[in-house]
Design a binder for this molecule. Sequence first.
Ligand code: F6P
Length: 466
Amino acid sequence: MTIKGATVNTMDFAVETLGPCTVDSPLAPRLELRGTTQHTVSETDRVLFDDTVSKILQRTPVTGQDGEPADLPSLEATGPRRKIFFDPAKTRVGIVTCGGLCPGINNVIRGLVSELTNHYGVRRIYGFKNGYQGFVPRYGHDVIDLTPQAVEDIDGEGGTILGSSRGQQDACEIVDCLERMGIGILFVIGGDGSMRGAQKISAEIKVRDLKTAVVGIPKTIDNDIPFIDQSFGFQSAFSEATRSIRSAKVEARSAPNGVSIVKLMGRHSGFIACYAALAQNDADFVLVPEVPFTLEGPGGLLHHLRAKVADQGHALVVVAEGAGQELFDDRDGGATDASGNKKLHDVGRLLRQAVTEDFAAHGLELNLRYIDPSYVIRSVPANPYDSVLCARLAHAAVHAAMAGRTNMVVGRWRRRFVHIPIALAVSARNQVDPHGDLWWSVLEATGQPLSLGQVQAPEPQSYSPQ
Ligand code: F6P
């Protein structure tokens, strides 16, 4: 089937398993009455991929005239199984956190440890330090024993008690380590680069014919993982960003011709900028990577900014760090960071310079304030909503792994918790849809024009509810 230009085979939703589940789950007695309701999906049921009548009707050519509802694209639901693959008393578990920070990582670690220990009775849980480096002997990192006591206070803190790092390590060396330590389940908390790493680890495990489960809990403040409603930490990050917008507004309106620019993280997806600007409804312009703009000319940003200042005495611009990259000559030769992410040009500096020169050229006074909260928004602890999401994702990840699911991540799709093959979760990037409801809300809230300059927005990669 085709989703926004990407071909996704119904089989792509199939989650790998290590083998038949033959062990009675310690949770089985609690599951007797569990079936599908508005709030629960039974272990034999599945979650539909589509949620509109027109989409379902479009699938008819796929399912055929006589197609069964069961042939419609669907995802496996999370949750405890009556029979499991691993024997908890004899299972060793590893947890690793990779990539940039995100609010809620410690909550996920705590959730994994408490679910494994309290419900399944797993006793040996090891934390690998500093991302994938933690598996590789030459780095010399020790492992941490993760007990419920060791993790009971960690969720009030941002960051990760295990440390993190960017960059891949050799999958063979990682699997060597898992084998040496007899690890049966590995949980990877990381972004798309780390999930690609987890995919390579799973592939190496398969080559060696090992029975080791690899289950991911996707982490990114950018909210750019596809087939997931919202990634954990995103809400805490954009909530923190609203504080910068509030300050920027106070500064802008307290000076003649005050212009404030707030630059927020968001490399290829402008969700943080959009949500923060909607939550703290003070921005006059929101600039995101998905919607190109021009600076000059009657339709360009500078013209509209001057008009806004003339009209209300001040103006506020919220810009995602990945916005306006099309305004630069690509002189850096495509440099990338350790995770393979393209290094971005500094749109904040460009805007500061362009606005300063433009006001000077028009003989206008300007009081420019520039605020870049940068890492501040991702090093905060999870807010209560994200804390709940983290705990529930962690519990779902444990149930999946104990039932022998592997090479998959947990996520929430249309508010149901589901299993998503890693291959699908790294197959694309989720982006703000310039034709979708979220961007529409941003335009309504800011009053900014539909387009800033005659620029054609490329087709966004948008795979999740926004
Ligand atoms: O990918 C998440 C993210 O927070 C981006 O928004 C940001 O560009 C990037 O990480 C910065 O991370 P670092 O400086 O750690 O590479």
